[in-house]
Design a protein around this ligand. Structure first.
Ligand code: CO
Length: 151
């Protein structure tokens, strides 16, 4: 496992649409391991593969209840609206007020290739939406209602 440098705003890879994972093999397992290690080292709550330079639809997150690994995640239901402050490891020293769905249902493959379904609310739902946006080249600063610098 290895800690990677997190790609910063301005790098083209953060703006690309990441590619679906076709086959879950040892390379994907290694990617998941490296992403988790990088996320924890940076004290983040979520990380998308493009943030370590890999244009694949892979996300790791941990809102405090343990590591979740998502391959090809898709939001299949959204409800409610809530605004809260968000940050991103790729956009240091900036936070913003972002409106997100209050509740989401997400389907994704786990590392064994099993289709999992996650129901999430509030912070966890926010992290899911933020990380899945990364896979489509969207950063929170693009959709924030208000941006705060150096706080
Ligand atoms: Co982010």
């Amino acid at each position: 496992m290895a800690v990677f440098q997190v790609v910063r705003l301005g790098e083209e890879i953060l703006r690309e649409k990441a590619l679906e994972v076709k086959k879950i093999n040892s390379n994907i397992h290694k990617l998941l391991d490296n992403m988790a290690e990088t996320m924890y080292a940076a004290q983040g709550v979520g990380l998308a593969a493009p943030q370590i330079g890999v244009p694949k639809r892979v996300v790791v997150l941990d809102a405090g209840d343990g590591l979740l690994e998502l391959i090809n995640p898709v939001i299949i239901e959204k409800s409610g609206k809530t605004v809260d402050r968000e940050g991103c490891l790729s956009v240091p020293n900036v936070t913003g007020d972002v409106e997100r769905a209050q509740k989401v249902v997400v389907q994704a493959l786990n590392r064994k290739g099993e289709l999992m379904e996650y129901e999430a609310e509030d912070l966890l739902a926010r992290i899911f939406q933020h990380e899945i946006d990364h896979l489509d080249g969207i950063l929170f600063v693009d959709i924030a209602k208000k941006i705060y610098r150096n706080e």
